[in-house]
Design a protein around this ligand. Structure first.
Ligand code: AHG
Ligand code: MN
Ligand code: MN
Length: 323
């Protein structure tokens, strides 16, 4: 018999605690179709990867072999950290025998990783930056992971995954995990941007904010001003403008996910202009810029792709996309 006594747990708080990531995806799609179930299951696996990485990061200074460099250089020409390798392997491991994702491509791998037994079933591809902001790892500052889901186009017979060079608007889902004081997961399936906080007592990501909209104006500009001397004159002009006017402030952590998250919630602009070494900018289109651009558009923000000869004196939300 159901008690008529008022419950000691307010109903809304219980419902909120039960709004996990996988449930939220199904709510968003308003469907229990096989496709909706697959997408929900994919997000659930990404959540598992995030929990594994968060756990490793939280104890990295106490675990032998967790910090420091491997001695290898990745396909981007950057020194690889042990945490990059660990996080890269975590994503592969959570998708093995999942029937969900056929290929994984990451900035830490020369070629995509194929899971052939998944291919006839799930023709999704996961693109990811396993640890974003690796330079922060050894000093216990914030880092992140970035992910994007794309659907395979064509047969990929030569195994080179050329179809991944498709338009960024074709991304099915994108998001990131921010490993900070709390572990936060932000995602979009093209129906707004939503954030979840990992509740360690439950081991679940619980909905914290739905339909995030970036503020129209924000005081922050976020860029590595150490590269000032290498920038185009238009970008230097913009930087001089914010130096000489009241109401602007600089914030830069060296981890894109953290800098982007601040701007998503508080407004402002992030810039990574081209340098002499990397004229097209340092950020990687498939693993960093496209997924974050997808989120930024969904949150009502804007992006600037490539070079611009004119600039906006007001910080709009912006992500430079390499050509
Ligand atoms: P990653 O750690 O994945 O290589 O990414 C680092 C990126 C990005 O997170 C950050 O915004 C930028 O590189 C920092 O570059 P600088 O050190 O040149 O400022
Ligand atoms: Mn990165
Ligand atoms: Mn990285």
């Amino acid at each position: 018999m159901v008690s008529q006594e008022p419950s000691i747990v307010p109903e809304h708080s219980l419902d909120r605690d039960c709004t996990t990531l996988s449930r939220h995806v199904l709510q968003q799609l308003q469907s229990f179709s096989p496709d909706a179930q697959d997408l929900s299951a994919i997000m659930n696996r990404i959540a598992l990867a995030a929990k594994l990485i968060a756990r490793r990061l939280s104890r990295a200074g106490l675990v032998a072999g967790a910090l420091g460099f491997t001695g290898e250089v990745n396909v981007q020409g950057e020194s690889v950290k042990k945490m990059d390798v660990y996080a890269n392997d975590v994503f592969i491991s959570v998708f093995k025998q999942s029937g969900l994702v056929c290929r994984l491509a990451s900035e830490e791998m020369d070629d995509p990783y194929y899971i052939p037994e998944n291919c006839p079933i799930g023709r999704y591809t996961l693109l990811y930056d396993p640890i974003d902001g690796s330079s922060n790892v050894d000093i216990n500052l914030n880092v992140g992971s970035i992910f994007s889901i794309r659907q395979q186009e064509g047969e990929d017979l030569d195994g080179k995954a050329q179809d991944l060079l498709q338009d960024g608007h074709k991304q099915i889902a994108a998001g990131y995990v921010l490993y900070g004081p709390a572990t936060v997961l932000v995602y979009s399936i093209g129906r707004g941007v939503h954030s979840f906080i990992l509740d360690p007592s439950l081991g679940e990501f619980i909905l914290s904010q739905e339909n995030i909209r970036i503020p129209e104006r924000g005081p922050v500009y976020s860029t590595n001003e150490g590269n000032f001397w290498q920038w185009d004159e238009a970008i230097r002009d913009y930087t001089r403008y914010v130096h000489r006017h009241e109401g602007y402030t600089a914030r830069y952590s060296g981890a894109l996910v953290g800098d982007f998250h601040r701007i998503l919630l508080q407004g402002g602009v992030f810039l990574y202009p081209g340098t002499m070494k990397k004229p097209e900018g340092k950020l990687r289109l498939l693993y960093e810029t496209a997924p974050l651009a997808f989120l930024m558009e969904q949150a009502g923000g804007g992006l600037v792709r490539g070079r611009k000869t004119s600039w906006t004196p007001f910080p709009i939300a912006s992500m430079p996309v390499p050509p």
